[in-house]
Design a protein around this ligand. Structure first.
Ligand code: PLP
Length: 390
């Protein structure tokens, strides 16, 4: 497919599914024997495109998909995905029939929630697969004490509809070098798992506590499933642990545009709103059609982009739909500008943009808005383009 037929602006993101498949296979290869892999594709696959990521992750060996909301799970089902899906956030009790209809596993941990959800179901009618959440120190969702875990286990055991197919927790500091808090969480998780299973009367099939950082750094014997998001997309969970993870990760997301205007500007001229940037000498200034409405927020204004394999600084304020860059000399209209990724043998990593914006790499592709078309690359070619504008 020619990507130019699918959108009519020269700004686009590329999502490289070949990188996704490589990352899934490499991460899987580094896991202990029978560990299963949940590809986390919440938030439209961290902004990459949930359906395409899910498809290729499953093809590369992922067994589960993880999302945060029921709506995201339904979207995958409607696209034809039949693999097991876990909703990791809490759904509303009344939506349990919807989860049943679409065969989606839910997260459970509140007794009142269980009773309320059960009231919407025909007794023994539908079997609801649930993964019970344990709060070992994240402080977000889950059962916090062994007594709570035991009590909930008995409630699930007595349920006509719910089955505990999984037990899981989430780590708060796995991306930090200091492992004291992490170690404490593992200890608590082990206790909570033990308490739950004792009261439940049998082992629970899936036990999981690893996000990317945990999966890449630690092997936790009792646990047989990992939930991998960020590193499947080719990114390190934090700059701090980047040097200690010996796993090659290939960034899947890149962001590009094309120059729409180039001009030589005299010294002492103002550029963009507020004229905050003043040319110091005669300068070559180019206009690039991307702005904060694309998620390319104003705070990027002192950063670099790549043009013909060379760095060029963003000058002046970033506008809603456009911005200006300074070049060493004239280039052709239509020359590609790379804001994230590879250009002419040079590479501008996602982590550089995250550092510039004083945030984590996770936030960057998530906040590039749907106005930016996503060109999905498979086997080195554009397989499909998602353009949400029309
Ligand atoms: C998002 C999420 C993950 C994935 O985390 P990464 O750091 O992206 O690997 C795993 N588990 C839960 C519960 C999550 O919400």
């Amino acid at each position: 497919m020619d990507k130019t037929e699918s959108f009519f602006r020269d700004t686009w993101a590329e999502v490289n599914l070949d990188a996704i498949r490589e990352n899934v296979m490499n991460i899987k290869a580094g896991l202990p024997g029978k560990t299963a892999f949940m590809a986390v594709v919440k938030a439209n696959g961290y902004g990459h495109g949930a359906f395409d990521i899910a498809t290729d992750a499953l093809q590369a060996g992922a067994e589960f998909l993880g999302v945060s909301m029921l709506d995201e799970a339904i979207s995958l089902r409607r696209s034809g995905i039949s693999a097991p899906i876990l909703v990791m956030g809490l759904i509303r009790p009344r939506d349990i029939t919807v989860a049943a209809k679409w065969d989606v596993a839910v997260t459970a941990f509140q007794e009142e929630w269980l009773a309320e959800a059960e009231a919407y179901l025909e007794k023994g009618g539908s079997r609801i697969s649930c993964h019970v959440k344990l709060d070992s120190g994240m402080g977000r969702l889950g059962l916090r004490t062994p007594a709570e875990a035991k009590s909930f286990a008995k409630k699930i055991k007595g349920s006509a509809n719910f089955t505990a197919d999984g037990l899981y927790t989430h780590m708060a500091t796995a991306d930090e070098l200091d492992t004291a808090y992490f170690d404490e969480q593992v200890k608590r998780a082990d206790e909570l798992v033990g308490a739950f299973e004792e009261a439940y009367g049998s082992e629970v099939g899936w036990k999981h506590c690893s996000n990317s950082a945990t999966a890449l750094r630690f092997s936790l014997e009792k646990y047989n499933l990992v939930r991998v998001g960020i590193s499947m997309y080719g990114l390190a969970p934090s700059p701090e642990i980047k040097p200690v993870i010996n796993q090659e990760l290939k960034e899947a997301f890149s962001l590009h545009s094309k120059i729409t205007h180039v001009k030589k500007v005299a010294a002492g001229e103002g550029i963009s709103y507020g004229a905050t940037y003043q040319t110091e000498e005669e300068e070559w200034i180019a206009t690039v059609p991307i702005g904060y409405a694309d998620g390319w927020i104003r705070k990027n204004q002192h950063g670099d982009v790549l043009v013909n394999g060379k760095r060029a600084p963003i000058v002046g304020r970033i506008c809603m739909d456009q911005m200006m860059i300074r070049l060493e000399g004239p280039v052709d209209i239509g020359t590609t500008v790379t804001l994230i990724g590879e250009n002419g043998g040079a590479f501008l990593p996602m982590d550089e943009v995250a550092a510039r914006l004083e945030t984590i790499n996770y936030e960057i592709p998530c906040t590039i808005t749907p106005r930016v078309p996503r060109c999905i690359i498979r086997d080195g070619k554009v397989a499909v383009v998602h353009n949400s504008v029309f």
